[in-house]
Design a protein around this ligand. Structure first.
Ligand SMILES: CC(C)(COP(=O)(O)OP(=O)(O)OC[C@H]1O[C@@H](n2cnc3c(N)ncnc32)[C@H](O)[C@@H]1OP(=O)(O)O)[C@@H](O)C(=O)NCCC(=O)NCCS
Length: 187
């Protein structure tokens, strides 16, 4: 299996559309069409100014020309008391229903977590559902004990994530126990 890395700073329209089609099929949301998702993917990271090693990227797998698996591995600088921490904001991990159980999801998440294992990021942070939690626990991720908020939101006290389980990787190390300002919307 070949995993492609798509640099989100310079993503092409055809790749943005292919990812958008997969995301819309897995997570249909009112008002979020292939068109709007494609635009978001094309524009969101155009002006990225962070560290080169942490450039935002999508990992994808194609089968017979069709994009069937995706993981978004982008940076987010979160705030914990005393310091800022740029974490790997893992998001939009999905495989098509027809290709599940073939190891594609696992391969993409491993590729993303490699960026933590090789020191590019100190931790990964992401949200998921209770049913998918064991999938991530197998890698050595753990449920985060923190309260999360977004100081920039209209309601800064509100939970900025929408899935119920927030996890971090790796489960060893000095993940903070304090409240975490995710410093922007959930991902
Ligand atoms: C979660 C998802 C990405 C897994 O992709 P996949 O390609 O089927 O996963 P893999 O084939 O790589 O499975 C890897 C391992 O995790 C296990 N696994 C996969 N999905 C699981 C789940 N929902 N619950 C528990 N275990 C799961 C597999 O059994 C396999 O275990 P094994 O190695 O012991 O056989 C896929 O089911 C999906 O797209 N779901 C819908 C979107 C979603 O919920 N994404 C996660 C958002 S955080």
């Amino acid at each position: 299996m070949q995993i492609e890395t798509i640099d989100r700073r310079t993503i092409q329209e055809s790749d943005a559309r292919a990812i958008a089609e997969l995301l819309v099929s897995i997570w249909p949301k009112p008002g979020r069409t292939v068109e709007t998702r494609t635009e978001e993917l094309l524009n969101y990271w155009r002006d990225y100014k962070g560290a080169e090693a942490q450039f935002p990227r999508s990992f994808v797998v194609r089968e017979n020309g069709r994009l069937v698996a995706h993981a978004d591995a982008s940076p987010r600088t979160i705030k914990v008391p005393g310091h800022d921490l740029t974490v790997l904001a893992l998001a939009r991990v999905c495989t098509t229903p027809e290709t599940r159980g073939q190891g594609l999801g696992q391969a993409l998440v491993k590729k993303a977590f490699d960026l933590v294992d090789n020191g590019t990021y100190p931790f990964a942070l992401f949200q998921t559902k209770e049913t998918v939690r064991p999938f991530y626990e197998k890698f050595g991720a753990a449920v985060a004990p923190n309260r999360f908020y977004n100081a920039q939101a209209e309601d800064p006290e509100a939970d900025p994530f929408w899935d119920p389980v927030i996890m971090y990787y790796p489960n060893r190390g000095n993940w903070p126990a304090a409240d975490v300002d995710i410093n922007g919307p959930g991902w």
